[in-house]
Design a protein around this ligand. Structure first.
Ligand SMILES: Nc1ncnc2c1ncn2[C@@H]1O[C@H](COP(=O)(O)OP(=O)(O)OP(=O)(O)O)[C@@H](O)[C@H]1O
Ligand SMILES: [Mg+2]
Length: 280
């Protein structure tokens, strides 16, 4: 039976019983209500509420259990979705490293040998090609590293974020300030991963689109939440235009019951992610 009808029937039965007892009970209420009558009415109301609460509690217990089970199932399926995303990134990272990386290395070694044997007028051009290939190889390795945050598993969130901001400062030309509040409460590994990925995308966006000079990444506590904020002083953008990166951030935040907010104006952008701390 639907919950609505169950509650309706229970309330109907209790109210019916109360009305019947009023009809049958040898009591009456005077026009000028006296204290003893108010007392009788109050006790009657109390008994009725108690009976209602007891019957509701036992009848709705299975509904509570189903809701708890559904929540647990939802959590488990969110965790599975995150794990699947990570597994896919892991696979792509491996392929980049093993296939593209190896092939570029072969090209690099070949170019080195050619350079040694080539006539002087070709050597300079070959050196340029070799440099370009080395840059390509560095890029592939960097992307593969970003796809697989081994550093998160090895060193924990704070060090992983430190490495992310250092990498960002090296490649973007903007200066980065990192503020991590001491004694932050622990997060689940899923929430840590989401914080890391959102920080990664926010920094990448600041580097690619914002033309920022200063970027600040902070990790602080606000009540029972840990808050990541990435702020840049770039030119800002229209936040109603979502790309795959911003959508990915939002989806990931939802998977760990987090809130993602974007604020952007002509003086810069702030990405804010609040995730719940791990249950004790
Ligand atoms: N910090 C920022 N400053 C200025 N513009 C931004 C910033 N972040 C995002 N944008 C704008 O919002 C757009 C959407 O960003 P989003 O990350 O979703 O996609 P993308 O970075 O273009 O591509 P990708 O899928 O590789 O992330 C960007 O193309 C850019 O115009
Ligand atoms: Mg992006």
């Amino acid at each position: 039976m639907p919950v609505y009808w169950k509650v309706f029937l229970i309330n109907g039965t209790v109210l019916g019983a109360a009305t019947l007892s009023l009809v049958l009970a040898p009591v009456s209420v005077s026009r000028q209500v006296v204290v003893s009558e108010v007392l009788v009415l109050t006790i009657g109301l109390g008994i009725m509420l108690l009976a209602n609460a007891l019957v509701l509690r036992t009848s709705l217990a299975p509904v509570d259990r189903v809701i708890r089970e559904m929540r647990a199932e939802q959590d488990a399926s969110n965790a599975r979705a995150l794990a699947a995303q990570e597994a896919e990134r892991h696979r792509i990272a491996q392929e980049l490293h093993d296939e593209v990386g190896q092939n570029l290395t072969v090209v690099l070694l070949g170019l080195k040998q050619l350079e040694r044997r080539a006539p002087a007028d070709l050597a300079a051009e070959l050196a340029l090609l070799r440099e370009a290939t080395r840059d390509g190889l560095d890029d592939v390795r960097r992307v593969a590293r970003q796809l697989r945050p081994g550093v998160l598993e090895d060193l924990g969130l704070t060090s992983a974020l430190a490495s992310l901001t250092n990498d960002f400062a090296e490649h973007s030309g903007a200066s980065v300030r990192r503020v991590v509040a001491p004694g932050l409460p622990p997060l689940t590994s899923e929430a840590e991963l989401v914080v890391y990925r959102v920080a990664q995308e926010a920094l990448t966006n600041a580097a690619r689109h914002a033309a920022a000079h200063d970027v600040t990444l902070s990790l602080t506590r606000a009540g029972d939440r840990v808050v990541l904020e990435v702020t840049d002083d770039g030119h800002g953008f229209d936040t109603t235009r979502d790309g795959a990166g911003l959508r990915g951030m939002r989806e990931r935040a939802t998977l760990v019951a987090g809130d993602l907010t974007l604020r952007s104006a002509s003086h810069g952008t702030t990405v804010r992610l609040a995730v719940p701390v791990a249950p004790a």
